[in-house]
Design a protein around this ligand. Structure first.
Ligand SMILES: C=CC1=C(C)c2cc3[nH]c(cc4nc(cc5[nH]c(cc1n2)c(C)c5CCC(=O)O)C(CCC(=O)O)=C4C)c(C)c3C=C
Ligand SMILES: [Fe+2]
Ligand SMILES: [Fe+2]
Length: 347
């Protein structure tokens, strides 16, 4: 006879995404951006410069503009990044069953990681598996979640056993779901070219994380190996290569590019090529029908729906393109739910 569920050892699973404002109104967007952009892992300036510069100047100027974009993105269910995260949590919990407790938190704003961890502690879980929902490790995303979780649990009297899934750039279930979604779009029409557009990071961040100086922003990232396992650029290339293989694409049929750079007067270079520049040149080369993937994000958000799905489409059409199509995000697709369950069970 098996022990009752309540007597069995339970494992906590913490799914974390980046964050989103509580509402698309300027004060909430300002609060969100203040927390996000003063994180020393996102803007790696000395705190004495970062706080006054971002709280006093950058965020007050940016918040009203960002609020307008969030209003465009907002749905009846609120922010897509949030409700898709909650849907994923529910479906993963259903599949994992009563021996697991699945919580969901955001690195910035709500529901906070602190609240999600407290749910797991209250459920008396024996250990916690943390899955930051960023496929490719970056110090500014996954690293920041890890730091926050460690800061919070280090204050508990009984510190739990914790493990982190730090990257799933090449996870077969993750790759397979993107391939499924891509094939569905490719069945609807013919495309001249494929773009894999990833969230950019400053080149400096890649160099700071370079293992023994291995990564130098050159051909070092062309293969994915033990020396560049956590190099964001190498991981973006690896995800693209695997998805391209699943779709049967040759290297000439796709381009990897980077979006969402935070324009600054310091003009520090971000990972290149920049997606907006690449796509503007495509129509003149005869690439008039383009399918775009956003494999740095697992759920719809500002950077997918608005930036890739609508702003890039407009730029592409202005440059003479016919058809620009964004492949939908994984959200809580059943194949993706299976992939998350698989990663948890393997851990
Ligand atoms: C995929 C992982 C992410 C990395 C790496 C990342 C780095 C990074 N981001 C900024 C600045 C901004 N990012 C913004 C939005 C945003 N970023 C990610 C993910 C990563 N960021 C997501 C999922 C989102 C969308 C959130 C949503 O609610 O939809 C924004 C806000 C956009 C705006 O206000 O216009 C900024 C700003 C930096 C500087 C950085 C690395 C150094
Ligand atoms: Fe970002
Ligand atoms: Fe590299």
């Amino acid at each position: 006879m098996s022990a009752p569920a309540s007597a069995q050892r339970r494992i906590g699973v913490l799914l974390v995404n980046l964050g989103t404002p509580d509402s698309p109104q300027t004060p909430d967007v300002r609060r969100y951006l203040n927390e996000f952009l003063t994180d020393g892992r996102v803007v790696d300036m000395p705190a004495a410069i970062r706080y006054p510069l971002f709280r006093g100047l950058v965020v007050p100027l940016r918040a009203p503009k960002s609020a307008k974009i969030y209003q465009e993105l907002w749905t009846e269910r609120g922010s897509p990044l949030l409700f898709h995260g909650l849907d994923l949590q529910k479906k993963v919990q259903e599949q994992l069953g009563p021996n697991y407790v699945v919580a969901f938190g955001m690195r910035y704003q709500n529901p906070s990681i602190e609240k999600a961890l407290a749910e797991l502690r209250d459920a008396a879980v024996e250990r916690i598996i943390v899955l930051p929902l960023f496929p490719q490790y970056a110090a500014a995303s996954t690293g920041s979640v890890q730091q926050k979780v460690m800061e919070l649990v280090s204050k508990w009297w009984v510190v739990p056993s914790i493990s982190f899934i730090s990257t799933f750039t090449d996870n077969p279930g993750f790759i397979g779901t993107i391939v499924t979604l891509g094939k569905a779009e490719m069945a609807k029409r013919d495309y001249d070219h494929i773009v894999f557009s990833y969230h950019g990071i400053p080149e400096r961040h890649v160099l700071k994380g370079s293992h023994n100086g291995y990564c130098k922003l050159g051909n070092c990232c062309a293969s994915y190996n033990k020396n560049n396992r956590y190099c964001y650029r190498a991981q973006c290339f690896e995800t693209s290569r695997l998805v391209a293989a699943g779709l049967g694409l040759s290297p000439e049929q796709y381009t990897v590019a980077f979006q969402s750079r935070l324009q600054s007067r310091l003009r520090d270079p971000w990972l290149q090529p920049y997606t907006d520049e690449v796509l503007k040149e495509m129509p003149a080369k005869g690439l008039k029908n383009v399918l775009a993937f956003s494999p740095a994000f697992v759920a719809d958000c500002l950077e997918t729906t608005i930036e890739v799905g609508s702003e890039f489409k407009e730029l592409f059409e202005e440059a003479g393109g016919n058809h620009w199509q964004l492949v939908p995000s994984l959200n809580s697709h059943p194949q993706w739910v299976d992939a998350v369950v698989g990663m948890v069970k393997e851990n």
